[in-house]
Design a protein around this ligand. Structure first.
Ligand code: TXA
Ligand code: MG
Length: 336
């Protein structure tokens, strides 16, 4: 139980040291624009096994492979439909993961034995510098789940990574400090193995943006979304394993209660326009839905740090990133 090293000077030499560590089978936690990831060389089964140990995550849950640009997509995926290329062009680097038929590079220890692979180009200078340094020494991609213990809230700062995983990482492992994450909730996951995009996890790349980019109708929550004309229910496709889609993910230790009047001693998260009742502990007062997403996980963590038993959250309404915020909140409210 030794804490890992903490690197805040993300210089070129720090990046090449971190890349070497990945090459040697070590773990590097790094910032992305969504949340911090816990990275390993995606072709090294033993290094990837350490991710599962540190997270305490079941080993059949697939991992996202991070690459520095869409030029590397063809290495990991064997079939790339035109609409996936359109999405990659429009939104990478960015908060979007594409699920595609895998190539021979994507082994079972990455895909959880499924015949698909998740790929993402993150939009963060430190993540991209790390990926480029790693690719220069022959690493083909960095496998990285969110850098939290399984089922817990994703970290959006290096300090939160340290608090979550410091006790489980090796002393030679690294945490790169790239400040707080701009988006604050995990990437939109889009299954591109069918005829049209299917959103498996909502995020900052919204339904509207996907429809606009691809010109196609999309599936989400097994509903058919056609950019405004309403929903048509369809049969769910065969089950795909997305651990972030478990009903009780993204949970703090405190009980999360949605859309109720908070009482004395409870934590409270709501838009700034909603006042704090007397005796209630305000954890965040974002002014926009984007800020809501950005501060949500820090606020839930803060509630835990203060030892609060309950946190009441007034959910943001409407479309856009509010959909992702409500998705995470409903799972957090389901408990651990
Ligand atoms: O924003 C993000 O996506 C962050 C940053 C670090 O990139 N990563 C992240 O990873 O959230 P993770 O492992 O915590 O969540 C990724 C989700 C998991 O629920 C996993 O099951 C799903 O993506 N996933 C990965 N590969 C998949 C595949 N081939 N098919 C279906 N789901 C997949
Ligand atoms: Mg996660």
């Amino acid at each position: 139980m030794t804490p890992s090293q903490f690197v805040s000077q993300c210089t070129a030499s720090a990046m090449s040291d971190a890349a070497k560590l990945l090459h040697d089978g070590g773990l590097v936690a790094f910032p992305t624009e969504t949340v911090y990831g816990l990275g390993a060389d995606a072709c090294n089964d033993q290094a990837v096994a350490k991710i599962y140990e540190v997270k305490g995550r079941p080993s059949d849950h697939p991992l996202i492979v991070h690459v520095s640009s869409m030029n590397h997509l063809g290495q990991w995926a064997s079939e790339i439909p035109d609409f996936a290329i359109k999405l990659a062009r429009d939104f990478w680097p960015g908060p979007m993961t594409l699920i595609l038929k895998r190539s021979e590079f994507a082994k079972d220890f990455i895909t959880g034995g499924q015949d698909t692979v998740g790929v993402r180009v993150p939009n963060h200078v430190v993540a991209l510098a790390l990926l480029e340094a790693a690719e220069q020494i022959g690493i083909k991609g960095i496998a990285a789940p969110s850098a939290n213990r399984f089922g817990h809230v994703s970290p959006t700062s290096a300090a939160a990574v340290q608090a979550e995983l410091g006790a489980f990482m090796n002393e030679t492992d690294l945490v790169l400090d790239g400040g707080s994450c701009a988006v604050g909730v995990e990437s939109t996951i889009i299954d591109c193995t069918g005829d049209i995009p299917r959103v498996l996890r909502p995020g900052a790349i919204t339904d509207e943006m996907i429809v606009e980019s691809t010109g196609l109708k999309i599936f989400r929550n097994d509903r058919f979304i056609d950019g405004g004309e309403g929903f048509v229910f369809v049969q769910p496709k065969e089950e795909i394993r997305v651990s972030g889609s478990l009903e009780n993910h993204y949970s703090p230790d405190a009980t999360v209660i949605l859309d109720q009047q908070p009482t004395v001693g409870q934590g409270f998260i709501a838009l700034a326009s909603i006042a704090t009742p007397e005796g209630v502990i305000r954890l965040a007062a974002p002014t926009t839905n984007e800020e809501f997403a950005q501060h949500l996980y820090t606020a839930l963590r803060e509630g835990d740090n203060q030892g609060l038993q309950q946190i009441v959250v007034v959910q943001p309404e409407g479309s856009g990133i509010a959909v992702a915020v409500r998705d995470r909140l409903s799972r957090a409210a389901n408990g651990r």
